[in-house]
Design a protein around this ligand. Sequence first.
Ligand code: FES
Length: 351
Amino acid sequence: MDSPVVAQPKPYLVTLERGRAYFWCACGRSGRQPFCDGSHKDTGIEPRRFVAARTEEVLLCGCKHTRGGPFCDGAHTNLPGGSPLDDPDSPANRAIPLVTETDGPRRWLDGGCFLIRPEAAPKACCGSLRHCRIVGTELGARHQTQFLLEAEGGTPPVSVGVSEAILLVSSGRGELVLSGRTFPVQARDGVYLRPRETLELVPSPGESLKVFLLASPPAALEWPAGRSDHFDGRFPQRVVAVDPAQRTGMGPRFFQILVDKRVGSGVATQFIGHIPRSKAAPHRHLYEETLIVLSGRGCMWTETRKAAVAEGDVIFLPRKQLHSLEATCAEGLSVVGVICPGDNPSINYYD
Ligand code: FES
């Protein structure tokens, strides 16, 4: 059997029609990419027939190295030409202005993309819990609401109703109590909260806890009179720690999945990733994304604007928005992201 050839080291964005059958080119030789034109004859490679379950935009693999054919699974990012870089000092890029004007704690880029510095956002209090809303539908999000929670002592129970929540312990050490079940946590842990469960933050003595909470579908914080005892025991693992052995390479970058469907998350996926000093070529995703900058300095680029980012900033990125997150410091950028809907942060596409 011949080997597949790379038709292009990136996926094809196509709109499928519900109920229609397609033949995806698996050999890479078709002149009708990403579909078959019969060129696989004598290669020993057969096209993949599939029927679209719904009418939707999808990314079909162009590199022919996906293990999830016909769909892109990010394998192209580790092939030659699959993770192209961009020169931040090119004449075109130097002409892009740096955004410094603020809208409260936010700076706006193109297409509804914004950066927020949560430290500068006004906080409300409920008992010992300080909180603020940093991403929501009023700011263009379709799949999420995100909050920052800060506690210096044990907090009252809070919930997001029938939504799921993905949390990042941004700093501190202590325990999270999920509907009566106690989980020790530390900085950089990812945590998953099921619908209707309550959350309490209990910092260790002398510590404070800072936690980002993303609710999907979008929801407000609710303050029940007491702790819910409905811990969903079907999903007992709720805390996922950083583990370098679980990293996935993505060109010069790498990431580790934290919270995803393995611990019960239905539509959103959380990951921790690292970007070495570089600027990726501008690209898009079919999912909505938020990124929390854990360390380092960088620059977020969209078509006609760019803004400096630093530790503590949160970036909201609408679906399909062209962008590039550049790491500008020697140690690179560490980020935690949540994509929704989606399960693979390495799937991107280029114009
Ligand atoms: S284009 Fe082949 S895996 Fe993405």
